[in-house]
Design a protein around this ligand. Structure first.
Ligand SMILES: [Cu+2]
Length: 457
């Protein structure tokens, strides 16, 4: 029962004033979700071990209290039987409900563990990937006190990758959420690899729950940063309801989950620690394209340059669009004007497809605009960072190809002001931490430098 409902209930019973408040304080337990690597989390980790084992012992995946029911609720690699259509393969990715759906999902899973283990104080431990190195031991070791560790998963191919904190600097919920979903969220999925590395199987790996509990924590971290941070107020967003059982009784409405407190839990910390994001050097391998800027008006969307057939391996790649000297002023005015005031500059990746090897191997590129050849202390990561492309988010577009659009203008305006952009070129850097892999992981039909009267997305 949440606070608002209790207070209404108290009023109905004729309870009011301090008595209602006191009864509320006693009736509601706020449980604490703890970092998995702290000693405070030991009891919860033991409970989770027991719970996972109990869920796994029920082999009927259509049972609410079975391991595969919860894994399938997130995603399945195969087709969903009609009877389960409302509850399986429900995860929201790339939508405005990435954080909300996953908050509800984690909440109901946590309640199931609490119920079957009868540990009323249980709260899910989280994996603080910013503050700690690698998978927490409690999830990463095959055995625990001489017995098989239910939180371990043998199909992991853990590879370390760079975690970006820029999402936490985004001023709006929408921008925060979409940035967070790429990196760190998708990055950690790819980093763990194995079943965690693709949407259809990720929740089969127990570390999924510690990962998504920390993603949920990031929502609290973002809100706690300062009072200007606000959740959306859109009515349709607020009234969205997510159900997790076939009868639709285990359900939550977004307006009832706007803070973790509303759902009866808190986090032991909303601080983010760990090193800040490094600005990578501009990749050494460069593909150069001459831009055609002859009759650029900016009145209709227009490609200034196209690089055809780009193959991405694990090596970092820079694509350089050269701007002819005579057009520098014109392009610079267009690219650095505020949105709505002049034309906007974008880079569009068309026909992005993952190769079979890319699907199997996993990949991530951090995408930057106009990376300087040498970085200095005056540079900030967010002045160059556009986002990430990784196999977790691209996995389901693997075969048919998809388009990705990056707005260059807002960054270019800041870069021009800081004199880090020379305007004789626009460059797109795809930075990978996997330089050993030389075979193609991703194919792109066209990489275009576009100018248009409005932002393309
Ligand atoms: Cu996820």
């Amino acid at each position: 029962m949440n606070r608002r409902k209790f207070i209404n209930f108290a009023h109905a019973l004729g309870l009011s004033g301090w008595f209602g408040e006191m009864a509320f304080a006693q009736a509601t337990t706020i449980r604490t979700r703890k970092s998995a690597t702290t000693s405070a989390a030991v009891v919860d980790i033991d409970t989770l071990r027991k719970g996972v084992e109990m869920l796994a012992s029920d082999s009927a995946s259509t049972e609410y209290k079975s391991w595969m029911y919860w894994a399938n609720s997130h995603g399945t690699p195969g087709t969903v039987p009609p009877a389960m259509a409302k509850v399986w393969s429900q995860c929201h990715h790339g939508t405005l409900h990435f954080l909300t759906w996953h908050r509800a999902y984690v909440f109901f899973f946590e309640s199931v563990i609490r119920e079957i283990t009868q540990q009323n104080d249980f709260a899910l431990p989280y994996w603080d990937w910013y503050g700690s190195n690698g998978i927490p031991k409690s999830f990463g070791e095959p055995t625990n006190s001489g017995k098989k560790n239910p939180l371990f998963h043998s199909q992991r191919a853990f590879r370390s990758r760079t975690l970006i904190r820029d999402s936490l600097q985004q001023p709006t919920f929408e921008a925060f959420q979409s940035s967070l979903e790429g990196n760190p969220h998708g990055t950690v999925h790819v980093m763990v690899g194995g079943e965690m590395g693709s949407v259809g199987t990720s929740a089969r790996d127990p570390v999924f729950w510690a990962h998504h509990t920390n993603i949920d924590r990031m929502w609290d971290v973002w809100l706690a940063f300062d009072s200007s941070r606000k959740n959306p107020t859109d009515v349709n967003w607020l009234k969205q309801r997510f159900a997790f059982d076939v009868d639709g009784n285990k359900a939550l409405v977004v307006s009832d989950m706007l803070s973790s407190n509303m759902l009866g839990y808190r986090y032991d910390s909303v601080a983010v620690t760990g090193p800040t994001d490094p600005i990578p050097p501009r990749p050494i391998i460069s593909q150069i394209v001459q831009a055609e800027t002859g009759n650029v008006s900016g009145m209709t969307p227009q490609a200034l340059a196209t690089k055809k057939k780009v193959l991405l391996s694990g090596e970092s790649l820079n694509i350089q669009f050269l701007i002819p000297a005579k057009s520098k002023d014109k392009i610079s005015t267009m690219a650095t004007a505020p949105a709505g005031k002049s034309a906007q500059l974008s880079v569009v990746l068309e026909g992005v497809r993952v190769t079979d090897l890319g699907l199997k191997h996993g990949f991530e590129y951090r995408v930057y605009a106009n990376l300087p050849k040498q970085t200095g202390s005056q540079h900030q990561h967010r002045d160059f960072y556009l986002g990430v492309i990784n196999s977790f988010q691209l996995g389901h577009h693997a075969k048919h190809g998809t388009s990705i659009i990056y707005q260059i203008s807002p960054l270019a305006a800041r870069q021009a002001k800081n004199s880090t952009w020379s305007i004789s070129e626009v460059s797109l850097s795809l930075v990978s931490d996997d330089n050993e892999e030389k075979r193609p992981l991703v194919e792109i039909d066209n990489v275009r430098l576009m100018i248009s009267p409005e932002p393309l997305m």
